[in-house]
Design a protein around this ligand. Structure first.
Ligand code: SF4
Length: 218
């Protein structure tokens, strides 16, 4: 019964941020949001992007090589402890982690703090920003609610001849199987053969209870 309830609610999250007929995705407007107050540099890409600094070494924490090492390896550039990434955020999440730094207003799938964009339009914003940043991070919210976003971004990068210049990075809450439900075999195989792409899966617990507690899914 619980599983059916979750499936319904996850499907609603997906429906709130994806228009399959126009392949538009609802992306959060970072400019003017609570989140922007925590940022070290202002939002960019007309307010729909932000620059994240991935640091290998953080005080009182383990070393974190992601995505620095796979990105540098793929792009054939020197390894670095500090990597800049151009982040875009999908405007919904199906999980409610107690430690989340993204304000609820940017995860509710509402148009008030967001805009419908195709992957092509998003890549245009990235190009226009002209930062020289070579990593695009598809974040959220939960980007895995709409695996079509990653697929379309790969295709848009190819159309713009950026597939070898940009490393595409995304994350996954490991709470849905939408990639297998909504993408065809050919699309999955296209994604697995896309060279400059990496993804991190986030384990939100070590058993059913801790998972439900951390994601407030009880
Ligand atoms: S999965 Fe990520 S975006 Fe969603 S609530 Fe947890 S930390 Fe926040």
């Amino acid at each position: 019964m619980k599983n059916i309830k979750f499936k319904e609610s996850f499907n609603n999250c997906r429906a709130s941020i994806y228009k399959p007929e126009t392949r538009q995705f609802l992306l959060s407007r970072i400019a003017g949001s609570e989140q922007e107050k925590d940022m070290s540099v202002p939002s960019n890409c007309d307010g729909y992007g932000r620059i994240h600094h991935f640091r290998r070494n953080v005080d009182k924490w383990v070393q974190d090589p992601l995505p620095n090492d796979p990105a540098c390896k793929a792009l054939e550039i020197p390894y670095t402890d500090l990597l800049e990434a151009q982040v875009f955020q999908l405007a919904s999440c199906n999980v409610h982690c107690w430690y989340c730094f993204v304000p609820d207003e940017l995860k509710r799938g509402r148009i008030v703090n967001a805009k419908w964009l195709t992957a092509e339009q998003m890549v245009e914003l990235y190009k226009k920003s002209d930062t020289g940043i070579r990593v695009i991070d598809l974040s959220g919210g939960n980007p895995e609610l709409v695996p079509e976003w990653t697929l379309d971004t790969m295709k848009a990068l190819e159309r713009n001849e950026l597939q070898n210049k940009v490393y595409l990075w995304t994350d996954d809450t490991l709470t849905t199987d939408y990639a297998f439900e909504h993408l065809s075999k050919d699309e999955l195989s296209y994604m697995t053969s896309y060279k400059n792409f990496g993804k991190v899966g986030c384990f939100k617990g070590f058993d059913a209870h801790s998972f439900a507690f951390n994601g407030k899914l009880e």
